[in-house]
Design a protein around this ligand. Sequence first.
Ligand SMILES: [Zn+2]
Length: 291
Amino acid sequence: MKNRYTAPFGYTFHQGQLVVHADESDIVKQVFADYLAGSSLNDIAEKLTTSGIEYLPGRSDWNKNRVKRMLEDERYLGTEQLSALIDEADFHAVQTQKHQRNDRKTIKAESHISKVTVPVVCAACNLAMTRTHNPKRKIADVWCCDCGVKVQLADEDLLAGTTEVLNLLIDAPALIKEQPQQIDETQQLEIRRLHNEINRNPTQQDIFALAAARFAAISDALAQAHMLRSVFERVVPLAGFSKELLEQTVSQVLLGDGVYLKLKNNQIVGKGDGHGTGFATTHGAGNPCAA
Ligand SMILES: [Zn+2]
C-alpha cells in the first residue's frame, strides 16, 4: 500500500524504501516536457484531471498551483533517498521559462515601454528620439527625431522587434564580430600621433609604442566581441522581452525602417540583411508628433 502522505508524486514506498513509481514517474516527466513545449500550468492541470491521475487516493482534481509545485520541486533532481527523474538542464529550462512567462504577463499589465532602458535613437542621424503617445491615432505611439524622421511604432511592436533581434543573436552568436571602428578616440589620437611622429623621425621607441597601441585597440575589440558572444551562447531563446539581456548587451536601440540594436561593441544588428521589420516611417510631411 502506497503511503501518499510521505512519498512525493513519482515515488512510492517498497519494503520501507522510497523507489521510483513507474507510472507516476512517467507522468512527472511528461508534465515537465509539456511545460517546456509551451503548455500552461492550467493546460497541464486540466489534462491530468481529465485523465483521472490521482495525486492522493481518490483525489484527481489538479489545479495550476499543484502543477507549479511539481515543476518547482527540486527533489526531482535526485536526493540521497530519491533517484532523479528530471535532468538538470530541463529543470533549469523550466525555471527560466516560468520567469519569462511571468515577465510577459507583467509587460502586458503595466506600462511596458519603460522597460526599454537603453536610449532609443534615430537610425538616420543617431540623435535621441522622443516618444509621443496619443490614443486617438491609429498607431498611438510615434517616435520623432529633430531631423524630421517619425516612426509610428506601437510599444508592443518595439518590444517584439527588440526581442526578435536578440533572439537572432541567441540563435547565431557568431554574427557578432570584432568591430575595428570601436577603437576609442583617445586610442585613435594616440595611434595617429605616433604614426606622425614616426613619419617625421622614426625611432625604435615610437615604433614599438605604435605597435603596442594598435595591439591594445585590437585586444579590446576582440575581448568585447568575445564577451558578447559568450553571453548570447549561454542564454536560452527569449519567450518575451528581456530588459536584463538588453541592458547587458545593447547600448542603443535604433529606429528607422525597422528595429536595430547597437551592441556594446558598436556593431549594429537588425532583422534580415540590414532591413528592419518594415513599418510606417514618415519624413517631414504631416506631424504626428506635434499632434
Ligand atoms: Zn534623425
